[in-house]
Design a binder for this molecule. Sequence first.
Ligand code: GLU
Length: 307
Amino acid sequence: MKIIGRYAPTPSGRLHLGNIYAALLCWLSVRSRQGELLLRIEDLDTLRCTVENADLLKEDLLWLGLDWDREMPAQRTRSAYYEECLQRLSERGEVFPCWCTRGDLKNAANAPHASDGHPIYPGTCRALSAEEREIRLRKKPGIMRLAVPDEVIGFEDGNYGHYEENLQSECGAFILRRADGVFAYQLAVVADDIAGGVTEVVRGRDLLDSTPRQLYLYRLLGAEPPTYFHVPLLTAPDGRRLSKRDEDLDMGLLKLRYRPEELVGALAYAAGQLEKYEPISAGELVGIFDKKKVGRDDIAITLPDGK
Ligand code: GLU
């Protein structure tokens, strides 16, 4: 079977070192097995994401030697398709509108919390009668949520091994579309990966706990899920987690201080692909890439002395 991978960055800022670490591993995984790589700009949040950032990140990826075979349409252009997927899910009667605010959910008596800290949806609006829903919908659009079964959904991650979650007790009914009409990441990512025929997903381990929800959506949409390989996160040398706000490790500054081979070498060394740090191009890593060496622990990255 042909491997189809994808890199799906969010252009809410400049790519940082952690983003390009995940991009490099995603690229190597596909290129080392003659697969096809798709690029998809995940700009659902049109307030935070810009076309300028999307153009810059493409330029940055190419500068690093990380190319792609096909670009999928950006998510901001895909609402009609997501709506169609939402309709298909709705036909099963498990999608319902919800008007609870964040405050309502926080205050719900003894609300249990999921591992990422979000309160587990207590089912308030799920219990509304059809009449009550109609009345409320006429006044205000709701958040569209998907009710989930009391079922453990597990999978074998290529790096972290078995991972499972009971969707009802550990996650709760989750959001498919926000009240302002913006589709949620969980729905868009599955809808797009299905449309692209994606067979493998390589991405940061911060998305490991999204995977059971996504597998459930694959099931409801009647599609074959991809394989998953989650990679550790990079932290700054002082241990703090990298984010798009940490401009010190973003591509704008990194490009001023380093050559692509130096950055790729440092990332490949951090990913267990080199015995010691040495400058190397992404292309040269293709022949030696070994997924088994990636490791599971987050990595405090040290960079070589730059310019
Ligand atoms: N757009 C997400 C991000 O930039 C990645 C989503 C995914 O790989 O599933 O973190």
